[in-house]
Design a protein around this ligand. Structure first.
Ligand SMILES: [Zn+2]
Length: 228
């Protein structure tokens, strides 16, 4: 009987030890299981696109210029749609590279979504997103810049974001300027610059004239196209 009691106690102690070890192992493996599960990737904070306060032209000190060579200092050398061009090429009327280094202004209040070297044919590019009063989001693109004055965050209308450049020597100095809607094939990116599929791109001057700031005198809405 005494022997049995000793054996019983040993058996009991072994059983308790085994249960303890088993519990420790199972809790350890559950920790390991948790650790091996994929960690949820934090979702990017949605960009807050400010509501536009109207659109100005991106060149010149007045916020307004015509596409024609008519003495206002600026003209469009290659129009939207000309040779399948997806933007307007703004040049100084003074000719040649006299516009190199002149300031490039934001067309409207918005959020900077791209500022980088975009390679051969582009040089430095800035893209800004703007929210219209009806909620539509559009982008303005500023290409071939010599330098950046701003690469992040919110911008105001007529804020200097860079200088006119030559795409690292690819062209005479000028500003390649695009106006896009969200269904364009290059939303948020520099894109092709030229394409016979212009879906999602708009004529920048036509768009600006249709969305001038409220305070602008209506007489300045009369403008001359490049070939007038
Ligand atoms: Zn161009």
């Amino acid at each position: 009987m005494r022997r049995f009691t000793v054996h019983y106690k040993i058996l009991l102690a072994l059983t308790v030890t085994l249960i303890f070890v088993a519990c420790r192992d199972s809790s350890r493996s559950s920790i390991n299981n948790q650790a091996s599960q994929p960690i949820a990737t934090p979702q990017p904070t949605p960009l807050i696109i400010p509501v536009s306060d109207g659109f100005d032209y991106p060149v010149g000190r007045k916020g307004y210029a015509t596409e024609a060579k008519d003495g206002d200092g600026w003209y469009v050398a290659q129009d939207f749609g000309e040779n399948n061009h997806l933007g307007e090429d703004w040049n100084a009327e003074s000719g040649g590279d006299t516009d190199c280094g002149l300031p490039v202004y934001t067309a409207s209040k918005g959020m900077l979504v791209f500022a980088d070297e975009a390679g051969v044919g582009w040089g430095k590019v800035i893209i800004i997103r703007h929210r219209l009063l009806d909620g539509t989001i559009v982008e303005t693109l500023y290409g071939h810049l010599q330098s950046f004055a701003k690469t992040l965050g919110e911008v105001g209308r007529r804020e200097i974001i860079g200088n006119i450049g030559n795409a690292n020597g690819d062209y005479p100095c000028h500003l390649h300027f695009e106006l896009r809607f969200s269904d364009c094939a290059a939303w948020g990116l520099p894109g092709p610059g030229y394409s016979n599929n212009r879906a999602g791109w708009a004529d920048p001057s036509d768009f600006i004239d249709a969305h001038r700031p409220a305070a602008v005198n209506s007489s300045s809405k009369v403008r001359r196209k490049k070939n007038q």
